[in-house]
Design a protein around this ligand. Sequence first.
Ligand code: THU
Length: 129
Amino acid sequence: MQDLFEAARGAMARAHAPYSKFPVGAAIRAEDGAIYAGANIENLSFPEGWCAETTAISHMIMGGAKRIVEVAVIAEKLALCPPCGGCRQRLAEFSDAGTKLYLCDETGVKKTMTIAEILPHSFATDVIG
Ligand code: THU
C-alpha cells in the first residue's frame, strides 16, 4: 500500500495544473502486479483537460493490463480527494466488487473505500455489444 501511495504522490508532482493550481495524483495496482500512475493534465482550453485517474487508467491500458486491484488518489490541496463522477465511472469499468480505493494526504493513506461504495447503482447493461 505504501508503494502505491508513493507512486500517487510522485505522480502528483508531475501534474500539469497551471489553471486550477490543484495538482492531483493517482496510482493503480493492476492484476499484473504493476503500478500505473498518472496526474491531471490541464489545457488552456479548459474543458480539454483531464483527471489524474484518467491518466493512470490510460497508462494501465497501454501497459497491457485490464483490471484494477487497488487505486490511490492524492491532491495537494485537499485532505481527501474522492474521484470525480466521470472518473468513478471510468474506474468502475476496470474494477471488481472488491477493488479498493485509498484516499491519501501528503503523509499516507487516510481513508479506505471500495469502488462500489463510491459508485453504487452504477450503469450496467447487457444490451450493448
Ligand atoms: N481532478 C482530478 O485530477 N481528479 C479528480 O478526481 C478531481 C479533479 C483535477 C481536474 C482538474 O485538473 C483539477 O483537479 C481541478 O478540478
